[in-house]
Design a protein around this ligand. Structure first.
Ligand code: HEM
Ligand code: HEM
Length: 135
């Protein structure tokens, strides 16, 4: 298993644990409901998407009889996905409790980094699955 694949799976489970803890705190303390976006995206971009990236990178090229187009791009995607997610949710939390134009700008900037990671996955996976030669 490639290192970035294992890392995606590890971080996916880490985000699940953090999101679950936050979910319980939200049930306990109604004021934390303002962090619903943080909980839902730790789950959807962290737990769910990263598990799919990891398992997808490992099995989909094999199912298609292809070699992954670029492992380096997979590594880069791993870092963009994690830096984007943590930055977006950190500055969203700061913005929630301390509204400022600066934090809002940073939320958008890290959101764009997260979106770039999604487009890297799109490109790497499509060019892998539709490569002309079978390996
Ligand atoms: C023990 C685990 C969990 C707890 C305690 C929990 C708790 C919560 C709470 C309190 C809310 C806010 C509900 C509201 O707006 O009234 C919420 C929303 C949400 N949760 Fe969880 N959650 C858990 C696990 C998960 C998991 C595993 C996922 C995804 C795989 C998930 C995805 C979501 C999403 C997408 C929302 C937003 C839904 C909406 O906007 O209506 N949650 N969760
Ligand atoms: C760069 C990536 C993404 C960005 C910037 C983003 C941004 C947003 C924003 C701004 C909202 C509205 C929040 C609000 O009403 O306060 C939202 C809601 C939601 N998004 Fe995303 N999203 C992204 C990716 C995803 C992905 C990949 C999924 C699912 C796999 C997802 C699932 C949801 C769900 C379930 C909600 C409704 C729950 C909530 O309000 O928190 N998002 N997203």
């Amino acid at each position: 298993m490639d290192r970035f694949v294992k890392n995606f799976i590890l971080m996916s489970i880490v985000y699940l644990a953090i999101a679950t803890a936050l979910g319980i705190l939200m049930l306990h303390n109604q004021s934390l409901m303002s962090l619903k976006f943080v909980h839902s995206h730790l789950n959807m971009l962290g737990w769910v998407s990263m598990m799919i990236y990891g398992v997808g990178y490992h099995i989909l090229p094999r199912f298609a009889g292809r070699l992954i187009k670029s492992k380096t791009m997979g590594e880069v995607q791993f870092w963009f996905a994690n830096v984007g997610l943590v930055g977006m949710l950190l500055f969203y939390t700061l913005e929630t409790y301390n509204p400022s134009g600066l934090y809002k700008g940073l939320v958008i900037m890290f959101g764009i980094i997260e979106a770039i990671s999604i487009f890297l996955f799109f490109y790497n996976m499509i060019t892998t699955l539709y490569a002309k030669t079978e390996e």
